[in-house]
Design a protein around this ligand. Structure first.
Ligand SMILES: [Fe+2]
Ligand SMILES: [Fe+2]
Length: 193
């Protein structure tokens, strides 16, 4: 992913969407395969895309959706949060499964479908609205806010050390990562971590 400093928030979030799709396409090539290397790779890809989606979703929910909700399109913000919630439930089921479990591949298919549908909705409606409703300066500032939230989270699975903000973000349960990240953004994590 490129890190051009003046990307606006639509460019930035769209680049994340393309990255999720790249991981999904590799995952799709592994569905139905049961070799040891294939199973390991499926687990790694699911973990990687889960971390990416969680960071992206929390950044959107804290830095972008509230502004859409307040000033642009309440219904679209509500729908987007609901769609995040559904994908979150799928990711929680996946993290409790082993890739050799019956049903793992079906849950992967569910996650891929949920995220692809959400991306179509988001890019087709909300992103167009963002570009209409906000100036390029505002959209660039929003991109910096999104980058800041994403930087709080770990980039790899199972990091057990506190990040720069002094907040311990532990990936294991998706729920735990989500809670820690949301707390860190809101400042509540200072007391619970
Ligand atoms: Fe998104
Ligand atoms: Fe989203």
């Amino acid at each position: 992913m490129t890190a051009a400093p003046e990307h606006d928030v639509v460019d930035l979030l769209s680049a994340d969407h393309r990255e999720f799709d790249r991981l999904f396409r590799e995952l799709e090539g592994l569905l139905g395969r049961t070799g040891a290397d294939d199973l390991r790779r499926k687990r790694d890809l699911v973990d990687e895309v889960t971390i990416g989606i969680v960071k992206h979703a929390v950044a959107e929910e804290t830095q972008v959706y509230p502004r859409v909700e307040a000033d642009v399109d309440r219904e679209e913000a509500e729908r987007s949060k609901h769609e995040h919630g559904e994908a979150e439930e799928t990711m929680k089921r996946l993290e409790r499964m082993d890739p050799e479990d019956a049903g793992f591949d079906d849950e992967v298919r569910t996650l891929i479908r949920e995220i692809r549908e959400h991306v179509v909705h988001e890019e087709g409606r909300m992103f167009a609205e963002l570009r209409r409703a906000f100036s390029s300066e505002q959209l660039t500032a929003m991109a910096r806010d999104v980058e800041r939230v994403k930087a709080i989270a770990p980039t790899r699975a199972h990091p057990l050390t506190p990040n720069e903000a002094g907040v311990r973000t532990v990936l294991g349960p998706v729920a735990s990562l989500l809670d820690h990240l949301r707390d860190a953004v809101s400042g509540r994590g200072r007391h619970s971590g």
